[in-house]
Design a protein. Structure first.
Length: 107
């Protein structure tokens, strides 16, 4: 079972959906029809041009037989990702938690 962190850009799920479509011989147009959206919307979600709503990802997973477990966003993980991408700085989870507490106390 894949765990989906809703703070991500859905990259692992994009890959899994594309692989499932290929394995099942299902087109994006057919998938779109089955979940009631446009093919363009599916295409944008699978290329990263649009994240789409969680409900759309759940609907795609259901149609394709994929099992995903959703979990709430982790603010420490968000901060760690931001620090890595924006500052080229690796934070440990405990460091991110302390930084968040420090910033909150400063406000």
């Amino acid at each position: 079972m894949t765990t989906v962190d809703t703070t991500t850009a859905w990259a692992p799920q994009r890959r899994q959906v594309r692989q499932a479509l290929q394995r099942q011989g299902l087109s994006q147009a057919r998938l779109a029809h089955k979940i009631g959206v446009t093919e363009k919307h599916i295409s944008q979600m699978l290329t990263g041009k649009a994240d789409g709503k969680t409900e759309m990802w759940v609907a795609m997973a259901k149609v394709l037989g994929l099992e995903w477990q959703l979990r709430p966003p982790d603010p420490n993980a968000e901060l760690m990702t931001w620090a890595r991408e924006q500052l080229d700085l690796e934070l440990a989870p405990w460091q991110a938690a302390r930084l968040r507490m420090h910033v909150a106390e400063s406000l």
